[in-house]
Write a protein that binds this ligand. Sequence first.
Ligand SMILES: CC(C)(COP(=O)(O)OP(=O)(O)OC[C@H]1O[C@@H](n2cnc3c(N)ncnc32)[C@H](O)[C@@H]1OP(=O)(O)O)[C@@H](O)C(=O)NCCC(=O)NCCS
Length: 148
Amino acid sequence: MPTRDFTISQVDWEQCKSLLRAIRESVFIVEQGVPKALEWDDEDASALHVLATDSDGNGIGTGRITQVGQIGRMAVVAEWRNLGVGSALLTQLLRTAHADGRNPLFLNAQKAAIAFYLRHGFHCVGEEFMEAGIVHQRMEQDPRRSRA
Ligand SMILES: CC(C)(COP(=O)(O)OP(=O)(O)OC[C@H]1O[C@@H](n2cnc3c(N)ncnc32)[C@H](O)[C@@H]1OP(=O)(O)O)[C@@H](O)C(=O)NCCC(=O)NCCS
C-alpha cells in the first residue's frame, strides 16, 4: 500500500515552475480541456504559489494568489483527490495571504467546486458566467474570516 503522506510548501515560481506547470498542464489542459492560451498568463511571476508533494517529492497539487488577492489555479492530480490535499493547499494560501496583507480575497470557482470553497469561508457573489467553456461563480471571503 503506498503511503498517503503529503507536504505543503510555499514555493518560488522561478525555482519550481516546471513542477507547478506539469500539475496544471495535466489537470486543466489535458483533463479539463482548458486552452493553453488561457491557462498561462503574466500573473504567475508575481503570484504566491503553494505546492503539495508526495513522500517521494513528486508534485501532486498546487494553487496561487495573485497580487490583487485572487485565488486560483487550484489543482490536485486525479489520483490524490478527496484526501484533503486541496483543503491543505487552500488553508496555506489563506494563511500566506493574510500574513502578506493580501485582503480581501476572491476567486472564480468552477461550479462543481463551490461547496469546497463554501467550507473555507467564501460566499457566492453575482451570477454564474462562462470561462474557458466551464460554468464559473465569483466567490468572496467573508469579512470575519479575512481577519483570521
Ligand atoms: C478542487 C480540487 C483542487 C479539490 O482538491 P481535493 O484534494 O480533492 O480537495 P479535498 O480533498 O480537500 O476536498 C474534497 C471535497 O471537495 C469536493 N470537490 C471539490 N472540487 C470538486 C469538483 N470539481 N467536483 C466535485 N467535487 C469537488 C469533493 O467532493 C470533496 O467534498 P466532500 O469532502 O464533501 O466529499 C480538486 O478537486 C481538483 O483539482 N479538481 C480539478 C480542478 C478544479 O476543478 N479546480 C478548481 C477550479 S475552481
